[in-house]
Design a protein around this ligand. Structure first.
Ligand code: MLT
Length: 384
């Protein structure tokens, strides 16, 4: 066989795997140092019991003759689709059940979005951005172009005349935490419509958005005809292990919705009934189910504030579970410097060339670890 040449464009290991393996090697070599894990953004707090109970009841239903279920509908059970519709309605965004497609999380559906495009299409990405986008684009035979996200534009690039077939926008952003307003997204929607492109809006961090920032691209006028929105319960409701998300493909996108539906039928066998019942419980009670996310958010705000008080330059922290720290040295050296002090981070350069000189600090760990990490970061970088 001839292997997919797209893999040649990938780094040998996925960013977060590489960083955590380096941390494990350090731990093995230095068991005396207690690690502060500010690397991967993975939920650490237990799921609320009412969510677990919904899963337990659903699992038990399957033991009954009239409760047993085989394959789930590829697009999701109506009860969860309706919970997603209501979740949007509570924020004043109207979507319809036939626009909602239940998924096993954002990552799979972002990869799926590339299947809508002809091979060789041009996908525009922010730089820095979530590294899986570029990996997926390479595997799916896309070409990429980047928009620089930097201090000058507040890490929120605007369309600036480039040609592309699709753009991926993540807001609030992983890794910088910068978040677009509806008015800024309206500019993107107008631009995409002018050049005949689609927007793939990654809303995985929507529940972290602060007042004034958009939680959905559909808060922007004109977005429904050009944007698909990919949502996830992972970070907002602690579903990183349970796996559930949803994608909105509006009726206004015309043929796209039929392609999405057709692709799902061909490539996906749905999310388990048990998980969908748990997701329904979470979406129907987002405040209680999202209590852990508020802890991560408060952690990030605390860490950002702490580092700022030492005179360090940081972004994010208020609108994301991440802090984006400027280190004034290359990211690889900064990663190594902090790892040697027991602080695991993610090098900014792993999110794109423009991320060099930064580190991403994730705030999913216990507060004590953040306090210890802040002290180490101060010792390593704070002006004296
Ligand atoms: C992260 O940004 O830490 C990710 O969400 C981990 C991943 O899923 O790749």
């Amino acid at each position: 066989m001839r292997a997919n040449g797209g893999f040649k464009k990938l780094t040998e290991r996925y960013l977060f795997k590489e960083a955590s393996e380096r941390a494990e090697r350090f731990k093995a070599a230095r068991p005396d140092v207690k690690l502060c894990r500010l690397g991967i953004g993975d939920a650490t707090l237990p799921v609320p019991s009412f969510v677990a109970e919904a899963g337990a009841v659903a699992a038990y239903e399957l033991t009954k003759k009239n409760g047993f279920r085989g394959y789930p509908p590829a697009n999701g059970y109506p009860f969860l689709i309706s919970a997603v519709v209501d979740y949007y309605a509570e924020r004043g965004v109207e979507i319809f059940p036939d626009e909602v497609f239940i998924s096993d999380g954002a990552k799979s559906d972002i990869a799926a979005a590339f299947d809508l495009l002809e091979r060789g299409s041009v996908v525009a990405l922010a730089d820095p951005t979530y590294p899986a986008y570029a990996d997926m684009a390479a595997i799916k035979g896309m070409r990429t172009t980047t928009f620089r996200a930097d201090e000058e534009n507040g890490f929120l690039p605007k369309p600036s005349g480039e040609a592309f077939d699709a753009v991926i926008l993540c807001s609030p952003s992983n890794p910088t935490g910068a978040a677009y307003t509806a008015a800024q997204l309206e500019e993107w929607a107008a631009y995409a419509s002018r050049i005949g492109a689609i927007i793939v809006f990654d809303a995985a961090y929507e529940s972290f958005a602060r007042a004034g920032a958009a939680r959905s691209i559909y808060e922007a006028r004109g977005a429904k005809s050009v944007a698909i929105e990919i949502g996830s319960l992972s970070k907002s409701f602690g579903f990183t292990g349970l796996r559930c998300g949803y994608t909105i493909v509006p009726r206004e996108t015309g043929a796209l919705r039929f392609l999405w539906d057709r692709r799902k039928a061909a490539c996906f066998n749905g999310v388990s009934y048990v998980t969908q019942r748990m997701a329904e419980a979470a979406l129907k009670n987002p405040e209680a189910a999202g209590a852990n996310a508020r802890v991560y958010q408060a952690n990030a705000a605390f860490l950002a504030e702490e580092l700022r008080s030492y005179g360090l330059r940081v972004w994010g922290g208020e609108s994301a579970p991440y802090v984006w720290l400027k280190t004034n040295e290359d990211s690889a050296a900064a990663f190594e410097r902090l790892l040697n002090r027991g602080v695991v981070t993610t090098p900014g350069s792993g999110f794109g060339a423009s991320g060099d000189g930064f580190l991403r600090l994730s705030a999913f760990c216990p507060r004590e670890e953040l306090i210890a990490a802040a002290a180490e970061i101060r010792a390593a970088y704070a002006p004296t």
